[in-house]
Design a protein around this ligand. Structure first.
Ligand SMILES: Nc1ncnc2c1ncn2[C@@H]1O[C@H](COP(=O)(O)OP(=O)(O)O)[C@@H](O)[C@H]1O
Ligand SMILES: Nc1ccn([C@@H]2O[C@H](COP(=O)(O)O)[C@@H](O)[C@H]2O)c(=O)n1
Length: 212
Protein backbone atom coordinates (compact mmCIF):
# COMPACT_ATOMS: atom_id res chain seq x y z
CA UNK A 1 0.00 0.00 0.00
CA UNK A 2 1.32 3.49 -0.96
CA UNK A 3 0.50 5.23 2.33
CA UNK A 4 -0.25 8.95 1.87
CA UNK A 5 0.21 8.79 -1.90
CA UNK A 6 -2.47 10.88 -3.63
CA UNK A 7 -5.04 8.94 -5.67
CA UNK A 8 -4.88 9.60 -9.40
CA UNK A 9 -8.00 9.04 -11.50
CA UNK A 10 -7.76 9.34 -15.28
CA UNK A 11 -10.96 10.28 -17.11
CA UNK A 12 -10.85 9.99 -20.89
CA UNK A 13 -13.17 9.63 -23.89
CA UNK A 14 -13.88 11.50 -27.10
CA UNK A 15 -14.36 15.24 -27.32
CA UNK A 16 -17.64 16.31 -25.66
CA UNK A 17 -18.25 12.79 -24.35
CA UNK A 18 -18.83 14.17 -20.83
CA UNK A 19 -15.35 13.87 -19.25
CA UNK A 20 -15.58 17.21 -17.47
CA UNK A 21 -19.13 16.41 -16.32
CA UNK A 22 -17.89 13.13 -14.80
CA UNK A 23 -15.02 14.92 -13.08
CA UNK A 24 -17.42 17.56 -11.69
CA UNK A 25 -19.87 14.90 -10.51
CA UNK A 26 -17.05 13.21 -8.58
CA UNK A 27 -15.98 16.61 -7.20
CA UNK A 28 -19.46 17.28 -5.85
CA UNK A 29 -19.10 14.29 -3.52
CA UNK A 30 -15.97 15.57 -1.80
CA UNK A 31 -14.94 18.74 -0.05
CA UNK A 32 -13.04 21.09 -2.34
CA UNK A 33 -9.80 20.87 -0.41
CA UNK A 34 -9.23 17.18 -1.08
CA UNK A 35 -9.52 17.16 -4.91
CA UNK A 36 -7.96 18.85 -7.90
CA UNK A 37 -8.61 18.62 -11.63
CA UNK A 38 -5.78 18.56 -14.15
CA UNK A 39 -6.99 19.04 -17.74
CA UNK A 40 -4.81 17.62 -20.51
CA UNK A 41 -5.94 20.56 -22.67
CA UNK A 42 -3.82 22.86 -20.48
CA UNK A 43 -0.81 21.08 -21.95
CA UNK A 44 -1.41 21.79 -25.65
CA UNK A 45 1.93 22.88 -27.06
CA UNK A 46 2.70 26.55 -27.53
CA UNK A 47 2.92 27.49 -31.24
CA UNK A 48 4.75 30.37 -32.93
CA UNK A 49 2.83 29.82 -36.19
CA UNK A 50 0.46 32.55 -37.40
CA UNK A 51 -3.22 32.25 -36.38
CA UNK A 52 -4.36 30.94 -39.79
CA UNK A 53 -1.79 28.12 -39.56
CA UNK A 54 -2.61 27.35 -35.92
CA UNK A 55 -6.27 26.85 -36.89
CA UNK A 56 -5.23 23.96 -39.15
CA UNK A 57 -3.22 22.00 -36.56
CA UNK A 58 -4.56 18.54 -35.69
CA UNK A 59 -5.44 19.05 -32.00
CA UNK A 60 -6.60 15.46 -31.69
CA UNK A 61 -3.15 13.98 -32.40
CA UNK A 62 -0.93 12.81 -29.51
CA UNK A 63 1.89 15.08 -30.73
CA UNK A 64 -0.27 18.19 -30.19
CA UNK A 65 0.34 17.85 -26.44
CA UNK A 66 3.42 18.59 -24.33
CA UNK A 67 3.15 15.18 -22.65
CA UNK A 68 6.57 15.35 -20.92
CA UNK A 69 5.43 18.54 -19.12
CA UNK A 70 2.10 16.95 -18.11
CA UNK A 71 3.97 13.88 -16.85
CA UNK A 72 6.45 16.04 -14.90
CA UNK A 73 3.73 18.17 -13.30
CA UNK A 74 1.59 15.15 -12.40
CA UNK A 75 4.65 13.51 -10.87
CA UNK A 76 5.27 16.70 -8.86
CA UNK A 77 1.69 16.74 -7.56
CA UNK A 78 1.93 13.06 -6.60
CA UNK A 79 5.11 13.92 -4.69
CA UNK A 80 3.11 16.72 -2.99
CA UNK A 81 4.97 19.51 -4.76
CA UNK A 82 2.95 22.48 -6.12
CA UNK A 83 3.01 23.27 -9.85
CA UNK A 84 2.59 26.28 -12.13
CA UNK A 85 0.02 24.92 -14.60
CA UNK A 86 -0.12 26.36 -18.13
CA UNK A 87 -3.37 27.96 -19.31
CA UNK A 88 -4.78 27.24 -22.77
CA UNK A 89 -6.90 29.68 -24.80
CA UNK A 90 -9.00 27.91 -27.47
CA UNK A 91 -10.06 31.22 -29.02
CA UNK A 92 -6.47 31.95 -30.13
CA UNK A 93 -5.39 28.30 -30.51
CA UNK A 94 -2.47 28.90 -28.18
CA UNK A 95 -1.20 28.96 -24.63
CA UNK A 96 -2.05 32.07 -22.66
CA UNK A 97 0.80 34.04 -21.10
CA UNK A 98 -0.28 33.37 -17.51
CA UNK A 99 0.12 30.20 -15.44
CA UNK A 100 -1.94 28.99 -12.48
CA UNK A 101 -0.47 27.93 -9.17
CA UNK A 102 -1.86 24.50 -8.19
CA UNK A 103 -1.33 23.09 -4.71
CA UNK A 104 -1.17 19.32 -4.22
CA UNK A 105 -4.29 17.42 -3.09
CA UNK A 106 -5.19 13.91 -1.95
CA UNK A 107 -7.25 13.14 -5.06
CA UNK A 108 -6.10 14.18 -8.53
CA UNK A 109 -8.46 13.82 -11.50
CA UNK A 110 -6.62 13.96 -14.83
CA UNK A 111 -9.03 14.57 -17.70
CA UNK A 112 -8.41 14.58 -21.44
CA UNK A 113 -8.90 12.92 -24.82
CA UNK A 114 -5.48 11.25 -24.98
CA UNK A 115 -4.36 10.67 -21.40
CA UNK A 116 -4.47 6.88 -21.84
CA UNK A 117 -2.49 6.96 -25.08
CA UNK A 118 0.77 7.43 -23.18
CA UNK A 119 2.10 4.52 -21.12
CA UNK A 120 4.08 6.75 -18.74
CA UNK A 121 0.88 8.66 -17.87
CA UNK A 122 -1.16 5.46 -17.50
CA UNK A 123 1.42 4.15 -15.06
CA UNK A 124 0.69 7.09 -12.72
CA UNK A 125 -3.05 6.36 -12.53
CA UNK A 126 -4.88 4.31 -9.90
CA UNK A 127 -8.23 4.24 -11.71
CA UNK A 128 -8.75 4.68 -15.46
CA UNK A 129 -12.19 5.70 -16.73
CA UNK A 130 -13.41 5.90 -20.35
CA UNK A 131 -16.54 7.94 -20.99
CA UNK A 132 -18.31 6.36 -23.95
CA UNK A 133 -20.81 8.52 -25.80
CA UNK A 134 -22.06 8.05 -29.37
CA UNK A 135 -20.36 10.12 -32.08
CA UNK A 136 -23.57 11.84 -33.16
CA UNK A 137 -24.36 13.01 -29.62
CA UNK A 138 -20.78 14.22 -29.18
CA UNK A 139 -20.74 16.21 -32.39
CA UNK A 140 -24.03 17.94 -31.52
CA UNK A 141 -22.70 18.86 -28.07
CA UNK A 142 -19.44 20.03 -29.60
CA UNK A 143 -21.14 22.32 -32.12
CA UNK A 144 -23.13 23.97 -29.32
CA UNK A 145 -20.17 24.25 -26.95
CA UNK A 146 -17.54 25.42 -29.45
CA UNK A 147 -19.85 28.12 -30.83
CA UNK A 148 -20.88 29.31 -27.34
CA UNK A 149 -17.56 28.99 -25.50
CA UNK A 150 -14.64 28.57 -27.89
CA UNK A 151 -15.26 31.33 -30.44
CA UNK A 152 -16.01 29.04 -33.41
CA UNK A 153 -18.46 29.30 -36.30
CA UNK A 154 -20.64 26.36 -37.38
CA UNK A 155 -18.52 25.95 -40.53
CA UNK A 156 -15.30 25.93 -38.41
CA UNK A 157 -16.63 23.15 -36.19
CA UNK A 158 -17.91 20.99 -39.06
CA UNK A 159 -14.73 21.42 -41.13
CA UNK A 160 -12.46 20.60 -38.16
CA UNK A 161 -14.64 17.64 -37.14
CA UNK A 162 -14.48 16.02 -40.56
CA UNK A 163 -10.80 16.67 -41.30
CA UNK A 164 -9.10 15.94 -37.96
CA UNK A 165 -11.41 15.34 -34.96
CA UNK A 166 -13.32 12.33 -36.29
CA UNK A 167 -10.42 10.48 -38.00
CA UNK A 168 -8.13 11.02 -35.01
CA UNK A 169 -10.82 9.83 -32.60
CA UNK A 170 -10.97 6.49 -34.40
CA UNK A 171 -7.19 6.25 -34.90
CA UNK A 172 -5.90 7.39 -31.48
CA UNK A 173 -8.62 7.88 -28.84
CA UNK A 174 -11.15 5.07 -29.19
CA UNK A 175 -8.36 2.39 -29.17
CA UNK A 176 -7.34 3.54 -25.65
CA UNK A 177 -10.65 2.19 -24.32
CA UNK A 178 -8.88 -1.13 -23.80
CA UNK A 179 -6.75 0.44 -21.04
CA UNK A 180 -9.78 1.58 -19.02
CA UNK A 181 -10.82 -0.10 -15.77
CA UNK A 182 -14.35 1.29 -16.10
CA UNK A 183 -16.35 2.34 -19.18
CA UNK A 184 -19.07 4.88 -18.38
CA UNK A 185 -21.87 5.31 -20.91
CA UNK A 186 -23.42 8.81 -21.03
CA UNK A 187 -20.99 10.58 -18.73
CA UNK A 188 -21.83 12.70 -15.69
CA UNK A 189 -25.51 11.82 -15.54
CA UNK A 190 -24.73 8.12 -15.03
CA UNK A 191 -25.32 8.22 -11.28
CA UNK A 192 -24.63 4.51 -10.72
CA UNK A 193 -21.16 4.81 -12.29
CA UNK A 194 -20.42 8.02 -10.34
CA UNK A 195 -21.51 6.37 -7.05
CA UNK A 196 -19.26 3.35 -7.78
CA UNK A 197 -16.29 5.63 -8.47
CA UNK A 198 -16.89 7.72 -5.34
CA UNK A 199 -17.15 4.56 -3.20
CA UNK A 200 -13.88 3.24 -4.65
CA UNK A 201 -12.10 6.57 -4.10
CA UNK A 202 -13.30 6.64 -0.46
CA UNK A 203 -12.01 3.08 0.02
CA UNK A 204 -8.55 3.98 -1.34
CA UNK A 205 -8.45 7.17 0.79
CA UNK A 206 -9.17 5.08 3.90
CA UNK A 207 -6.61 2.43 2.88
CA UNK A 208 -3.91 5.10 2.52
CA UNK A 209 -4.81 6.82 5.77
CA UNK A 210 -6.01 9.96 3.98
CA UNK A 211 -9.00 11.89 5.28
CA UNK A 212 -11.58 13.60 3.08
N1 LIG B 1 -25.45 13.89 -20.18
C1 LIG B 1 -25.46 15.06 -20.85
N2 LIG B 1 -26.59 15.49 -21.44
C2 LIG B 1 -26.61 16.65 -22.12
N3 LIG B 1 -25.53 17.47 -22.28
C3 LIG B 1 -24.40 17.10 -21.71
C4 LIG B 1 -24.28 15.88 -20.96
N4 LIG B 1 -23.01 15.75 -20.53
C5 LIG B 1 -22.36 16.84 -20.98
N5 LIG B 1 -23.19 17.65 -21.68
C6 LIG B 1 -22.82 18.92 -22.35
O1 LIG B 1 -21.95 18.59 -23.43
C7 LIG B 1 -20.85 19.48 -23.48
C8 LIG B 1 -19.56 18.70 -23.34
O2 LIG B 1 -19.56 18.09 -22.04
P1 LIG B 1 -18.20 17.97 -21.22
O3 LIG B 1 -18.47 17.29 -19.94
O4 LIG B 1 -17.53 19.32 -21.15
O5 LIG B 1 -17.40 16.99 -22.21
P2 LIG B 1 -15.84 16.78 -22.40
O6 LIG B 1 -15.16 17.23 -21.15
O7 LIG B 1 -15.73 15.30 -22.65
O8 LIG B 1 -15.47 17.57 -23.62
C9 LIG B 1 -21.06 20.50 -22.37
O9 LIG B 1 -21.65 21.65 -22.95
C10 LIG B 1 -22.01 19.82 -21.41
O10 LIG B 1 -22.84 20.73 -20.74
N1 LIG C 1 -6.93 25.07 -30.33
C1 LIG C 1 -7.69 24.00 -30.09
C2 LIG C 1 -7.32 23.02 -29.18
C3 LIG C 1 -8.16 21.94 -28.99
N2 LIG C 1 -9.33 21.84 -29.68
C4 LIG C 1 -10.20 20.68 -29.50
O1 LIG C 1 -10.46 20.43 -28.13
C5 LIG C 1 -10.86 19.07 -28.01
C6 LIG C 1 -10.49 18.54 -26.65
O2 LIG C 1 -11.26 19.19 -25.66
P1 LIG C 1 -12.60 18.50 -25.06
O3 LIG C 1 -13.00 19.40 -23.94
O4 LIG C 1 -13.61 18.43 -26.17
O5 LIG C 1 -12.18 17.13 -24.62
C7 LIG C 1 -10.14 18.30 -29.10
O6 LIG C 1 -11.03 17.42 -29.76
C8 LIG C 1 -9.63 19.39 -30.05
O7 LIG C 1 -10.07 19.22 -31.36
C9 LIG C 1 -9.68 22.81 -30.57
O8 LIG C 1 -10.75 22.72 -31.22
N3 LIG C 1 -8.86 23.88 -30.76
Amino acid sequence: MDAQKPIVIGVTGGSASGKTSVARAIFDNFSGHSLLLLEQDSYYKHSDLPFEERRKINYDHPLAFDTPLLHQQLTDLIARRPIEKPVYDYTIHNRASEVVHVAPRDVIIVEGILILADETLRDLMDIKVYVDTDDDIRVIRRIKRDMAERGRSLDDVIQQYLTTVKPSYHQFIEPTKRYADIIVPEGGRNTVAIDLLVTKIRAILAERGLRE
